[in-house]
Design a protein around this ligand. Structure first.
Ligand code: 9YW
Length: 484
């Protein structure tokens, strides 16, 4: 939280150089604000993305908490009756040409019988404003509140998949930075929805049966083309002609060799179509869905969300103990199922084959954010972070993939480049385990990146050049949090 500020809201304690960084970041967040939500990037991602909204709220907590609450509300107004929070909420004012795959591709709310709208098996809470379609899920007390503002309005168009649940951490951060009656009211509105989101992940996505959530698409991890998914993706039978039926847009905005390959994309679309054809239902996924993986990063964030919910529960008068117990159980399951003593880190488990993916990817370090992670695993992750594979240093934050791997690619998205949000999470984890010095190195290296290259989407892990979209929201937002 900030103390006294200069007239334009910049914290007094910042040096001139840091004040300039702060102003740069707030300018980007204002430019990416639409009036109801923040877009990740004006050029590349013109809608609202789920985990981006969580990170953005962490930055806005320091500069514009009322916008942070509005942003989170905007996302949760599009929550489905079964509790899932869609990974993209589409802006009806943006044309299909500006982003692919857009609302026509996802056709959310279209059931197997072709019925369109909120009465389909999984459409968003919409015109009829409730769970009239008989979906399971909702808050643990069995009542799912009707989202305010959508009652009687048109259904919000969205994708049908999810992203890592970082929103409780966001909401808690906004409240902590700017508490008060209005903020407590926002927490009361969000709390049952955040609980429903967690319930969905804990039940419908418990495909492996042990209690960890399975993702049904690489996009759900947030780490789209990470080597984490290579083996599971290779086994997906590509739908014939899929890339002729649908045209990509991303690689027309950003250089192709900085993005996933066409072959990756064909598989992404095939998996999404399979889920769509099943009406986005999760029953029997194990029997019919071509991609089901327990991701250590996703599940660690689910655990961290429970801990944030425990704090929120204390404010809204709910029971914090159940959330702490769930976080402890997720932590245990991660260690039992996804930790590999050979590599000293966590690896995704393919539910279809029972195999753990051997690649050393940065999502395998994210369980560090869980304060209850046993000391042996903490020590092991710290050793991996300090090794040449990930090379934590004051010069460069942690790359998305093992630097010594033969297929490490410094340009291609989640196969090497440095990502701001992941490093922000790792720094948080290091601090949670008393690794103050390493946490400080990550902070310094992150701030040097934006100071030297700007607020890019990702960065070259060798020369620190910005890659992908400039003026990227979560990079700006998390810069504010590092400076505050
Ligand atoms: C896409 C918006 C999203 C992020 C993902 C990132 C990328 C590509 O951009 O996804 O078209 O959705 O991989 O984590 O949320 O910033």
């Amino acid at each position: 939280a900030t103390g006294s500020t200069k007239p334009d809201g910049v914290p007094d304690q910042l040096s001139e150089a840091d004040a300039a960084l702060w102003r740069g970041a707030t300018t980007i967040l204002s430019a990416n604000w639409t009036g109801t939500h923040t877009v990740p990037s004006r050029t590349l991602y013109p809608h609202q993305w789920s985990w981006d909204a969580g990170f953005v709220s962490i930055g806005l907590a320091h500069t514009a908490p009322e916008r942070a609450w509005r942003d989170l509300r905007s996302l949760f107004e599009a929550q489905w009756p079964d509790g899932r929070v869609p990974h993209i909420v589409f802006d009806p004012g943006v044309t299909e040409r500006d982003y692919f795959p857009g609302p026509t591709f996802w056709a959310s709310g279209v059931g197997p019988g072709g019925s369109v709208g909120p009465s389909g098996p999984g459409g968003p809470v919409g015109a009829n404003g409730g769970r009239a379609n008989g979906n399971a899920g909702g808050a643990s007390d069995g009542t799912f509140p009707v989202p305010a503002g959508t009652n009687g309005g048109p259904p919000r168009l969205s994708s049908g998949i999810v992203q890592p649940p970082v929103h409780a951490i966001g909401a808690w951060t906004v409240y902590r930075c700017a508490p008060g009656d209005a903020a407590a009211e926002e927490l009361r509105w969000l709390y049952p929805r955040l609980v429903a989101q967690q319930e969905y992940l804990a039940t419908a996505r418990n495909v492996g049966g042990a209690g960890l959530s399975a993702i049904v698409h690489p996009w759900e991890s947030g780490l789209d083309n990470s080597p984490s998914w290579d083996e599971a993706l290779a086994a997906v039978p590509v739908a014939p002609d899929v890339l002729r039926r649908y045209a990509r847009r991303d690689n027309q905005v950003v250089a192709s060799d900085h993005r996933p390959t066409d072959d990756d994309y064909a598989r992404y679309l095939t998996i999404a179509l399979s889920y769509r054809e099943g009406g986005y239902r999760d029953a029997d996924l194990g029997m019919r869905h071509p991609f089901l993986v327990e991701c250590p990063g996703f599940n660690a964030l689910r655990g961290a969300a429970e801990l944030a919910l425990a704090r929120i529960a204390e404010v809204v008068g709910a029971d914090p103990a159940v959330h702490r117990a769930r976080a402890a159980s997720i932590t245990r399951l991660l260690v039992d199922r996804l930790f590999d003593p050979q590599t000293g880190m966590f690896h995704p488990l393919d539910v279809r084959t029972g195999r753990r993916n051997p690649a050393r990817c940065v999502n395998g370090l994210l369980p560090l954010i869980l304060p209850g992670l046993p000391a042996a695993q903490v020590a092991s992750l710290v050793a991996v972070l300090e090794s040449d594979r990930f090379g934590i240093s004051a010069r460069m934050p942690v790359p998305s993939y093992d630097r010594s791997a033969a297929d490490f690619d410094p340009f291609r998205y989640w196969r090497g480049p440095v990502w701001f949000n992941i490093n922000w999470l790792l720094r948080r984890g290091l601090r949670a385990h008393g690794q103050v010095e390493l946490a400080g190195l990550v902070r310094t290296a992150l701030l040097d990146l934006v100071r030297g290259s700007g607020y890019y989407e990702y960065f070259h892990p060798g020369n620190a050049a910005g890659i992908g979209s400039p003026a990227f929201s979560w990079t700006a937002a998390l810069t504010l949090d590092l400076l505050a």
